[in-house]
Write a protein that binds this ligand. Structure first.
Ligand code: AMP
Ligand code: MG
Length: 182
């Protein structure tokens, strides 16, 4: 299987879809944002994970490289992360050359939904400090993520699988994701 990267913009449900698709399989899940925020909290840089994308780009890049090194030593896992991270300075690549070359994935799953669906899911999730994006901005973010995914594919040879996670259609999403895990 190799290392599988799973991506999707905040609120799309990527973790839910992939956990369900991998049910009963002996695969370890690692969340890039957790590895990164553990490091950032240890050094007192942030108090929670949603503060990281507001750090300077240099601080984010340093954390990203250290996280990629840690993750590269973990073997074949499912890595939950982002094609791009929205920062005040623009879209930051989640898997730039110095990350993708270290983790060398065999497949990149991009979980998507309609921008309106994502907008409503975010509005109903008080547990996270989500950015108040408009429907149009959500559509743009998903478009940028597709472009980024193909660039990462060109750098690594990984396939890119788009999985739609529409409202009340989790079973369909799981079915779309399953072939990637075999
Ligand atoms: P998540 O829990 O997946 O929403 O991720 C939390 C935060 O971790 C994101 O908002 C980013 O600040 C950071 N993060 C996750 N993956 C990456 C990555 N590949 N590169 C840079 N930052 C990341
Ligand atoms: Mg998640």
């Amino acid at each position: 299987m190799g290392l599988i990267v799973v991506t999707g913009i905040p609120g799309v449900g990527k973790t839910t879809v992939m956990k369900k698709a991998a049910e009963g399989m002996d695969i370890e899940f690692v969340t890039f944002g957790t590895v990164m925020s553990d490091m950032a909290m240890e050094t007192g840089l942030v108090k929670d994970r949603d503060e990281m994308r507001k750090l300077t780009l240099e601080q984010q890049k340093n954390l990203q490289i250290k996280s990629a090194e840690r993750i590269a030593s973990m073997g074949n896992i499912i890595l939950d992360t982002h094609c791009t991270v929205k920062t005040p300075k623009g879209y930051m690549p989640g898997l730039p050359e110095w990350v993708i070359k270290r983790i060398n994935p065999t497949a990149i799953v991009v979980v998507e939904a309609d921008p309106e669906e994502i907008y409503n899911r975010r509005a109903n999730d008080p547990s996270r400090n989500r950015d108040p994006d408009t429907v149009e901005q959500i559509a743009e973010h998903q478009m940028m993520n597709r472009a980024a995914a193909m660039a990462y594919s060109a750098l690594s040879g990984a396939t890119v699988k788009i999985v739609f996670n529409h409202d009340n259609a989790i079973d369909s999403a799981v079915k779309q994701a399953t072939p990637v895990l075999n």
